[in-house]
Unconditional design. Structure first.
Length: 302
C-alpha cells in the first residue's frame, strides 16, 4: 500500500506498518484495572477458635493495678497483725524489775588506797593546767631593769576586767559580747614604759574549760584579721618559736603632720586555756628581735 498524499495543514497520519504493530501487541483479554493509591485495607483477623471448634467469646479487659493493691493490702495487714501479736505477748509477761537508782556499793575505789600507794600527781610538763590554776599574775614576765611607771597605768592589783580589756579594741561592744559568750575567766595584765617613749602592754586572757575553745578561738580570731584588716599589720607575720599558732607582727609606721611617728609591734599566741597578747608602742622603729624575745619569754612562763 502506498502512502497517502501529505496534507500540509494537519498532522501526518501514522504509516500502516505502525498500525499493524499496535494491533499485534494488543492483548486479547481486557487489561486489569489498577486501583488508585490509597491506604491498604487490613482485613480483621479471624476470631480464635476454642478446642471444641466454636469461636471463643472475647472477655472484658482486666483492670490494671488490682494485683499490686491486693499484695500491698496483705503486707499492711501482716505487719499490723504481727505488731498486735507482739504487744499481746509482752502484755502477758510479768514485768522485769529494774535495779534501784541509788546503790551504796558503786563508789570507786571501794576502799581508799594506802598512803604509800597513792600515785603522784602529773608533773607540770604533762599537766599544764596545774601551772595556770594558781595566781595567773605570777606568770607574767617581770619588768626589765630601768622600766618606769607607764603613762596610762593599770590597777595596782594586776587584774583587768572584761569591760576594761574590751576598751582596748576598736569594736568594744562586739569584743565584750564575744568574749563574754566564750566564758572568760580572768585577765592578768602588766604595763611598763622604758626608753624615751616606748610603752609595753601584756595581757594573759584565761578562759574556763568547757565545750567552747575560748583561748584558741580568741587567738585565731585575732591572728586571722592581722594580715588583711585595715587596722591590722598588713603582713603574715613570723612564727613564735615553741608555739603552735603564735606569730609576731610589725606594723607600718603611722606618720601624721604635727605628730611624732608611731611604730607598733604585736605578738599573739595561745597555750592551753590562756591566750597571750603583747603590744609594743614606740616613736622609734621596733626591731623584730624586741617583740620576738618578749613573746618567747612570756610563752615559756606558760
Amino acid at each position: 500500500m502506498e502512502p497517502k498524499d501529505t496534507i500540509p495543514d494537519g498532522p501526518a497520519e501514522p504509516p500502516v506498518q505502525v498500525e499493524a504493530q499496535v494491533q499485534a501487541v494488543e492483548p486479547s483479554a481486557p487489561a486489569p484495572v489498577v486501583a488508585p493509591a490509597t491506604e491498604p485495607v487490613v482485613e480483621p483477623a479471624p476470631a480464635p477458635v476454642a478446642e471444641s471448634g466454636a469461636p471463643a467469646t472475647p472477655g472484658k479487659p482486666r483492670p490494671r493495678g488490682r494485683t499490686s493493691l491486693l499484695i500491698a493490702a496483705a503486707a499492711v495487714l501482716g505487719i499490723a497483725g504481727g505488731t498486735a501479736v507482739g504487744y499481746g505477748v509482752q502484755a502477758d509477761r510479768a514485768p522485769t524489775p529494774l535495779p534501784a537508782l541509788s546503790q551504796p556499793n558503786l563508789a570507786y575505789p571501794a576502799k581508799a588506797l594506802p598512803a604509800d600507794k597513792v600515785p603522784d600527781p602529773l608533773p607540770v610538763s604533762q599537766d599544764r593546767q596545774r601551772k595556770t590554776e594558781g595566781d595567773l599574775r605570777e606568770l607574767l614576765v617581770s619588768k626589765p631593769s630601768g622600766a618606769r611607771r607607764p603613762v596610762f597605768p593599770l590597777q595596782e592589783n594586776g587584774w583587768r576586767s572584761l569591760d576594761e580589756y574590751a576598751t582596748e579594741f576598736k569594736s568594744e561592744d562586739y569584743m565584750f559580747e564575744t568574749l563574754a559568750e566564750a566564758d572568760v575567766r580572768r585577765i592578768a595584765a602588766v604595763n611598763w614604759s622604758q626608753g624615751q617613749y616606748r610603752d609595753v602592754r601584756i595581757r594573759l586572757v584565761q578562759f574556763r574549760s568547757g565545750a567552747e575553745l575560748g583561748a584558741s578561738d580568741h587567738a585565731n580570731g585575732q591572728l586571722g584579721y592581722m594580715p588583711y584588716a585595715k587596722d591590722g599589720a598588713g603582713n603574715e607575720g613570723d612564727p613564735i618559736k615553741g608555739s603552735g599558732n603564735g606569730r609576731y607582727f610589725l606594723y607600718k609606721a603611722v606618720n601624721k603632720p604635727g605628730y611624732l611617728p608611731v611604730h607598733l609591734a604585736r605578738a599573739i599566741a595561745q597555750r592551753g586555756d590562756v591566750m597571750l597578747d603583747i603590744h609594743i608602742f614606740d616613736t622609734a622603729p621596733i626591731s623584730k628581735k624586741d617583740i620576738r624575745t618578749l613573746a618567747e619569754r612570756q610563752l615559756e612562763r606558760l
